[in-house]
Design a protein around this ligand. Sequence first.
Ligand SMILES: [Zn+2]
Length: 154
Amino acid sequence: MGVLHLTRSVWEQIRAHGEETYPHECCGALLGVSMAGGWKVEAAVAAGNTRTDSAHNRYHIAPLELVKIEREARRQGLGIAGFYHSHPDHPAQWSPTDFAEAHWLGCSYVITAVAQGKAAVTNSFLLAGTTEEDKRFEQDTILVEGDVVSPERC
Ligand SMILES: [Zn+2]
């Protein structure tokens, strides 16, 4: 299990983005520095959702946009820590499509459920493994300013 450290403002930004684009999915990238056991995220970059076929359950960041995001990250001394998107009226769990389209081994994939336009549960999944063949999602612990917010305690 990995640990994803978020600042309060990044946490609020990615959740607000999901509310803004509801009933469509939002998506974006997370920039940060790697640390023992996970990532410390310093910034979130919103991306345009370029999938027009079914923007409510698919997300995609255009390759050119991703190149720009990576360049900007490097300029700030940061790396791509992961990606985020929302699930309008669906649980904050990865879908088979999310898994198939996840290729950044060692990065975290954050999913926020947006229920009736309001951000609900946010979860993060680390893409573990060493190759495309043995990759797998492992649930991260999300810390916001040091407080555990995911997985939710029952
Ligand atoms: Zn998804």
